[in-house]
Design a protein around this ligand. Structure first.
Ligand SMILES: [Zn+2]
Length: 139
């Protein structure tokens, strides 16, 4: 169950209808708190997401929908492999995937999805890592 207490009211009204949240003991693996699979946000049991985390996952939902889901996951994995070859580090590869760069760079902007243009992740493909991204990475 998502704790809505600290969410601004307008955020709750915008997002509640879009949220499809499930809890799991085992998914996602490792130290990840949540994963977005075909628009379903799966949260590890016992984890409470902040509204910025929910916003992050909703950005992924939008990316997936505009790419018609399967191409999204294909692109995600291929880009992760390329970034792994470039950075030689699992975490750096993950944080530099264009979908993640876009989500981490904008998760604190609650209006972002209202104003976002289609395929905005493309401009994050070759964007150099910013201080903003680094800051979010360490949260
Ligand atoms: Zn993400």
């Amino acid at each position: 169950m998502v704790v809505w207490l600290n969410f601004p009211k307008f955020v709750v009204s915008i997002h509640r209808s879009m949220l499809r949240i499930r809890h799991s003991k085992h998914i996602p693996f490792g130290s990840y708190a949540a994963i977005n699979l075909f628009g379903f946000i799966i949260i590890k049991k016992g984890i409470h997401l902040r509204w910025t985390d929910i916003n992050h996952e909703l950005i992924h939902t939008r990316q997936q929908a505009e790419m018609l889901w399967i191409p999204f996951y294909t692109w995600y994995v291929v880009e992760w492999l390329i970034k792994f070859i470039i950075y030689r580090n699992l975490n750096r590869a993950y944080y530099n995937i264009s979908f993640e760069r876009e989500a981490y760079s904008n998760q604190h902007d609650i209006q972002y999805l209202r104003n976002r243009k289609w395929y905005s992740f493309v401009k994050y493909l070759f964007k150099k890592k910013t201080d903003k991204t680094l800051k979010y990475k360490n949260e």
